[in-house]
Design a protein around this ligand. Structure first.
Ligand code: SF4
Length: 352
């Protein structure tokens, strides 16, 4: 939801402009942003370098929190999943993945998702609405509070609930807050946006923000991809891969990260692996193979370890840079394709 009184819905430039229009010096906006994003203080009363009258004025006009944490689950592998509630009661999920030397946060961009990928628990929920900028940014603020003392967030991936490119303006403004020196000052290359393949919005994303692009591929033929990612009927493989191949913003220094969920008997054959060579040829890229994470709404299963190993070896033999990604947080349904916060559900629609 876009709420004009919600401070986190403004990029730093927009907040300075808004303060000027309200008759306040622009540097006051910088001071407030430093408290919120750099020091993690959201209560105006605690912003001690602002005068008392100004603190009271800000308190009366602005809100600084868009989400509240409803529940937190911790996996045996250290992964943390939280259900976050928006002011209208909508529930979304964010997942924190601590690893040695890095702490990655997976954020949601929509309540539910309209794309209905057949292996995904979020898709099974249907779509309710887009998240507003503040609701995306606040996932980062709330979730970093769950880090162990002394730890900092290092990476953000837009791979939670929803298709980010169907909410592109809000995603771009949220990225602007994350990377701005007066915002969270993150390096853009530490941010990854994932898409199921909304072809016309890939170039605008790449041109607007120097972030990483991930593409949910999951199949090497239209026949199988139509089943797994129904968006493929709208933007088939030839169109998707052609757009990526032709995009001069995709380079060896800025490759595409293809995601391939490996599903027993569906897309795990040696022929599938061999088809990936010609499909990815000419696109600077890496392929992440992720064995299917089961969930109750799906009969799909991961292949055996032997099949997974044979598949990745065959892909590697095609000259593709491939990584096998073992899932994190499966015991708390926090792995890819398992997010399904209650509160999402049929009701909304978005246009492509
Ligand atoms: S995989 Fe991503 S795009 Fe597909 S339904 Fe799930 S959340 Fe939506």
């Amino acid at each position: 939801m876009n709420d004009p009184t919600q401070l986190k819905s403004y990029t730093p430039e927009a907040l300075r402009e808004r303060f000027r229009r309200d008759g306040l010096p622009a540097y006051r906006a910088d001071q407030v942003l430093a408290w919120i994003y750099q020091r993690g203080v959201e209560d105006f009363a605690a912003m001690t370098d602002l005068g008392l009258a100004l603190r009271e004025q800000l308190e009366a006009s602005w809100r600084t929190r868009a989400l509240e944490i409803e529940s937190v689950q911790r996996s045996t592998d250290g992964t943390v999943k939280a259900v976050l509630l928006a002011s209208d009661g909508a529930a979304i999920e964010s997942v924190l993945i601590p690893e040695p030397g890095r702490n990655t946060l997976c954020v949601s961009t929509q309540v539910g998702c309209p794309l209905d990928c057949s292996f995904c628990a979020t898709g099974a929920l249907g779509f309710t609405r887009n998240l507003g900028v503040a609701e995306i940014v606040d996932q980062v603020c709330r979730m970093r509070e769950l880090l162990d003392p002394g730890q900092a967030l290092t990476n953000v991936v837009f791979m939670g609930m929803g298709e980010p490119l169907l909410n592109l303006p809000a995603v771009l403004d949220a990225i602007r807050v994350l990377v701005h020196p007066k915002g969270m000052a993150m390096a853009p290359r530490r941010i990854t946006v994932s898409t199921a393949g909304v072809v016309p919005r890939i170039r605008p994303l790449l041109a607007a923000a120097p972030v990483n692009l991930a593409v949910s591929l999951h199949a090497a033929t239209d026949e199988v991809r139509d089943q797994l990612v129904p968006l493929n009927r709208r933007f088939p493989l030839a169109q998707l891969m052609g757009a990526l191949r032709d995009d001069d913003l995709i380079t060896p220094r800025r490759p595409v990260f293809f995601e391939y969920t490996l599903i027993e008997g569906v897309n795990d054959s040696p022929e599938d692996a061999r088809r990936l060579g010609p499909l990815l040829r000419g696109i600077p890229s890496k392929l992440n193979v992720i064995p299917m994470n089961p969930h109750p709404d799906s009969s799909y299963r991961a292949p055996s370890d032997a099949v997974i190993d044979r598949f990745t070896a065959e892909v590697h033999g095609q000259g593709i840079r491939v990584t096998l990604r073992r899932s994190r947080g499966r015991d708390i349904d926090a792995a890819c394709g398992q997010l399904r916060a209650r509160g999402a559900g049929p009701g909304g629609s978005v246009s492509l």
